[in-house]
Design a protein around this ligand. Structure first.
Ligand SMILES: NC(=O)c1ccc[n+]([C@@H]2O[C@H](COP(=O)([O-])OP(=O)(O)OC[C@H]3O[C@@H](n4cnc5c(N)ncnc54)[C@H](O)[C@@H]3O)[C@@H](O)[C@H]2O)c1
Length: 439
């Protein structure tokens, strides 16, 4: 099938490459000419494992193209996916201006002789956005255009997006007519995954409800971690014991610094705002957000308790990305932590395997911060090591080398990557989440 994706970011580019991989002919459109110029030169604007290889392979096979022209994408595509940003407004509601702009551009480009077109919203949007997209295309498009609208929420996780897209645990799409549903079934026929076909509103709601539930699990386990700290229980064992219950599951029960990234914070805010506008204030989610917001201050208090004052102390920071296996620093808790440490007058030596470039560009890190050449030189002369992202190479680090490099061997581990007893054997002071400190 001929597919067009408007918005070639984390979702658009990875989705486009995977659709091409399963045999569709895909045009990825973006209104950022620099991004498209990079892609046309064979450069990949983001770090995502396996993405570069997939893009190169499918461009060479002639199944994946890039363009800055929405009109070109609308003309060639039988199905037009929208994958543009849906950022939060200051009041927590969703800024839908990017979606509206694309809907208008589609309406202004589409021609009656081009056949039946399906416009699919893949961006995460409030329930009832599909209706607005349909109205916009009708209002601004020419007479006689035949089109359907679908909602097709995306559940990929950055860091393992390619596998998530090629082997999804479910595909959800919502439509209001059988003709559109048939087109969506054909789009996804090469994928071996259960399909849930719903109405548009249910599909839209599924995405916000799913992300909110995952955030709820994170805030829940972080609350349990606080009780562990006060009672001497070990959160890792507690999480294991809870997670072995198959009704609950172990994933998203990792105590840490709380959720961040480009999706959860904005999606939880959005769901709170949507529920309020529909007349049901979702109090439970407000608590989820409050717990999450307090997690960073709780961790900073641990650091302050041990180091006493931050001023003029050198702190090594491992991790800038919002999670492992990505260079994405949007709403990264690691970046927020760095900002707070810097604002209290400490100096930071930072290291991240992939996100130093994006942190310099987008991290808004002002103060005495330098970026190390590698993971271990980052530690030279530091008075404490703070671990903020769960990269596997941090958890596998050589503890003897850490101790040798640092001025004071103290680790504040915001991701519980080490076993406290093993760290203690090395004579390193160790603070983590939901477990008693080893001093
Ligand atoms: N990143 C994720 O892990 C993820 C997962 C699931 C869903 N989502 C949702 O998908 C949507 C996109 O997220 P993302 O992370 O890919 O964002 P992104 O910022 O990485 O990419 C969006 C792209 O859209 C382009 N764009 C904006 N307006 C455009 C226009 N009028 N025409 C053409 N291109 C335009 C931008 O230049 C950018 O390249 C959001 O709604 C997000 O919530 C994201």
């Amino acid at each position: 099938m001929k597919l067009t994706i408007i918005g070639t970011g984390y979702v658009g580019l990875t989705t486009g490459a995977c659709f091409a991989e399963v045999g569709h002919e895909v045009t990825c459109v973006d209104n950022n000419p620099e991004k498209i110029a990079m892609l046309l030169k064979g450069e990949i604007p983001i770090f995502e494992p396996g993405l570069a290889e997939l893009v190169t392979k499918n461009v060479a096979a002639g199944r994946l193209k890039f363009s800055t022209s929405t009109a070109e994408g609308v003309e060639s595509g039988e199905v037009i996916f929208i994958a543009v940003p849906t950022p939060p407004m200051p009041d927590g509601s969703v800024d839908l201006s990017f979606i509206e702009k694309v809907a208008r551009e589609v309406a202004e480009s589409v021609q009656p002789g081009q056949g039946f077109k399906v416009v699919v919203d893949k961006s995460t949007v409030p329930v009832k956005t599909g209706q607005k997209v349909a109205e916009t295309i009708k209002r601004y498009g020419p007479e006689g255009v035949e089109f359907g609208v679908a909602s097709n929420p995306e559940f990929l996780r950055e860091g393992c997006a390619i596998d998530d897209l090629l082997n999804p645990d479910r595909i959800v799409f919502g439509t209001h007519d059988e003709r559109t549903a048939d087109v969506m079934r054909r789009v996804y026929s090469p994928f071996n995954a259960p399909v849930l076909a719903t109405d548009v509103e249910s599909a839209e709601l599924i995405k916000h409800a799913a992300n909110s539930f995952l955030a709820l699990k994170i805030s829940y386990i972080n609350s349990v971690a606080r009780i562990c700290e006060k009672s001497g229980a070990d959160i890792e064992m507690v999480a294991e014991g809870i997670g072995m219950d198959e009704r609950i599951g172990r994933s998203f029960l990792n105590a840490g610094l709380g959720y961040g990234g480009s999706c959860f914070p904005k999606d939880i805010k959005a769901f709170i705002s949507i529920s309020e506008s529909l007349g049901y204030p979702f109090e439970l989610l407000k608590q989820v957000e409050e717990i999450n917001d307090s997690q960073l201050d709780h961790f900073l208090a641990k650091i302050r308790e041990s180091l006493w004052v931050f001023r003029e102390k050198k702190i090594a920071l491992w991790g800038l990305a919002f999670k492992q296996n990505t260079d994405d620093v949007r709403e990264s808790v690691a970046i927020k932590l760095a900002q707070k440490i810097l604002s209290e007058g400490a100096s930071i030596s930072a290291w991240d395997p992939e996100a130093v470039g994006t942190a310099k560009k987008f991290g808004n890190l002002e103060g005495d911060i330098t970026y190390a050449e590698d993971q271990y030189s980052c530690l030279d002369g530091a008075e404490a090591l703070v671990i903020a992202t769960e990269w596997p190479q941090f958890g596998n680090a050589d503890l003897a080398e850490i101790k040798k490099r640092m001025r004071n061997p103290i680790i504040f581990d915001g991701r519980n990557l080490f076993d406290p007893a093993t760290v203690a054997q090395q004579g390193i002071e160790y603070h983590s989440i939901g477990r008693l400190p080893v001093t």
